[in-house]
Design a binder for this molecule. Structure first.
Ligand code: ASP
Ligand code: MG
Length: 412
């Protein structure tokens, strides 16, 4: 029997009634001739509650016990889903991560999956079981302790199972009906994409489109797992949702697939740093050690041996960045005149695999922003992406203008 992986996110299993609705979808796929592996999240809000309990009990918690607690939300849904299916006369049982076992590293709270043996579940399918319900987000370390994969990690569980079992597809049921050309809250002209390439999804995921955990898209790309993002609140149809797939499966595409934005950015500039070998290392070394996620970096041309260095990072890491640089200066590792922080910036990016074969995409982006009178502070590019840092107050305007300029607006 072909295997299908179906993942249900927190909102899709938020109540017993919703679990029943999800189970009906599973029943339909079983009737279509699939053996189904379901990956479930905790009921929505549950994981946050568990994290809160841990933090209240022990501010400097032992990460192993954190994982023991926060992984438990998924156990509840897995058991309830198996019971619901049994009530529908569908042969099903639940598995917690350690029972499979989902073998992970021992990096608690952010473990990585190392292996998923298939024999256990395959033996049950051979005996006539039709649905395996697996608790997402969790696994077991080499030391035999329960681990979790980081917030949003059940997406990654789902993709890893699809890869391990050679599933035909991995359907991700969530509360949005697919991947959009941009955030529909910013423009009602945002359009749902029928297909998007792994690379594009990866850029959009890491740029702040929170549909899928970034790691899950990386895995899907590596193992060529076709991912479908679908709403569990809509009737099923063949063109439902968005298929995240290999470039070759996308026949016709726009040069730009989507416009992403990230509101919580900050720009920091170090003035008058000596332009000499090792200067970047001496600035970004301490920042990395302090756990600052540096994104864009610009080093100015130097005059008289001195230069300015500008970089961006998430706004909530500015304090940490300032302290790391102050400390490095006090320790004589770097020297600079001033550290200027601009916390009123946002990042807007255009993403598309079509950029590889089309010239003038960046120019068109800059002209569009110029026509709106928006000043660009920092620019970075990659093969399939151009990002700019601008004043936050123009973010919506920039997204809307670019969305229109690159032909992404849906027909009126
Ligand atoms: N329940 C976990 C979380 O809220 C994992 C997941 O839902 O993907 O992060
Ligand atoms: Mg999620």
């Amino acid at each position: 029997m072909p295997i299908l992986v179906m993942k249900f996110g927190g909102t899709s299993v938020a109540t017993l009634d919703r679990i029943r609705r999800a189970a009906k979808r599973v029943g339909r796929e079983v009737a279509n001739g699939y053996d189904v592996i379901i990956i479930v999240s905790a009921m929505s809000g549950k994981t946050n509650e568990l994290v809160g309990w841990v933090e209240e009990t022990s501010p400097l918690f032992d990460a192993r016990e954190y994982d023991a607690v926060v992984s438990s939300g998924e156990n509840v849904t897995a058991g309830l889903m198996a019971l619901t299916l049994q009530e529908m006369d569908v042969p099903a049982r639940s598995w917690q991560g350690w029972q499979v076992p989902v073998q992970t590293t021992s990096a608690h709270a952010s473990a990585r999956i190392e292996a998923i043996p298939t024999d256990n579940i395959m033996a049950k399918f051979a005996e006539g079981m039709q649905v395996a319900v697996v608790a997402g987000f969790q696994g077991i370390s080499p030391e035999g302790r329960i681990t979790t994969l980081g917030r949003g990690g059940s997406d990654t569980t789902a993709v890893a199972f699809a890869a391990a079992f050679g599933a035909e597809r991995c359907d991700i049921y969530t509360d949005v009906d697919g991947v959009y050309t941009t955030d529909p809250r910013i423009t009602d002209k945002a359009r749902k994409l029928d297909r998007i390439a792994f690379e594009e999804m990866l850029e959009l995921a890491s740029l702040g489109a929170k549909v899928l955990q970034t790691r899950s898209v990386e895995l899907a790309m590596r193992y060529n797992v076709r991912l479908r993002v679908v709403s569990s609140f809509e009737e099923m149809s063949d063109d439902a949702g968005t298929l995240v797939c290999a470039e070759e499966e996308i026949v016709e595409s726009n040069v730009v697939a989507g416009v992403a934005h990230s509101r919580d950015e900050a720009k920091l500039t170090l003035t008058d740093v000596a332009d000499k070998p090792g200067i970047a290392a001496s600035i970004f070394g301490p920042l990395a050690e302090a756990g600052v996620n540096v994104d864009m970096i610009v080093q100015n041309i130097s005059e008289g041996g001195m230069t300015d260095m500008t970089f961006s990072c998430p706004i909530n890491e500015v304090k940490r960045a300032e302290k790391a640089l102050d400390d490095a200066r006090a320790a004589g590792q770097i020297d600079y005149a001033d550290l200027v922080a601009d916390t009123d910036v946002a990042k807007v990016s255009i993403v598309g695999i079509g950029m590889r074969s089309h010239a003038g995409v960046a120019a068109k982006m800059f002209q569009t922003l110029r026509d709106e009178g928006i000043n660009i502070k920092v620019i970075t590019t990659s093969e399939i992406k151009v990002s700019v840092l601008i004043d936050r107050k123009y973010m919506e305007l920039a997204v809307q203008a670019l969305h229109d300029a690159f032909g992404l607006d849906k027909a009126a």
